[in-house]
Design a protein. Structure first.
Length: 131
């Protein structure tokens, strides 16, 4: 799978023209450019499928749905993150269990995740939204 850099972009004249072409077309959403983008992106990352969404929150919500999170399911994430990390679980009716961050890395503390997992019966948690 190829890496897509975050926070660095290269916008070409062709990119600008493609945006203007789309803005001037009959479709701003769900038009042929979306299907073209999904196909090209899937090919680029070596995936069979890709689904374009409007933002990261929508993407995480789709991930929770694909995981099969349903009312009552418990999922671990951290409280020190964007709200979408927990909201995607809540949107599916799931329950959020928070694991605090490591004060050195500011990432989810694996020791805290382990504590949660070991203090509950096996199979309690449907998954983890790592941040």
């Amino acid at each position: 799978m190829k890496n897509i850099p975050y926070g660095r972009q290269e916008i070409t004249k062709a990119d600008e023209e493609a945006v203007l072409e789309t803005l001037r077309s009959d479709f701003l959403t769900q038009g042929p450019k979306i299907a073209e983008f999904e196909k090209a992106f899937a090919e680029y990352v070596g995936s069979q499928y890709a689904v374009a969404v409007s933002n990261g929150t929508a993407a995480l919500h789709l991930c929770a749905m694909a995981l099969g999170v349903k009312p009552g399911d418990k999922v671990i994430t951290t409280p020190i993150t964007f709200a979408a990390s927990a909201n995607c679980i809540k949107y599916c009716g799931g329950e959020v269990a928070f694991a605090d961050i490591d004060p050195e890395t500011f990432l989810m503390d694996i020791a805290k995740v382990k504590e949660l997992l070991e203090s509950h019966p096996k199979g309690t948690f449907k998954g983890i939204v790592p941040v």
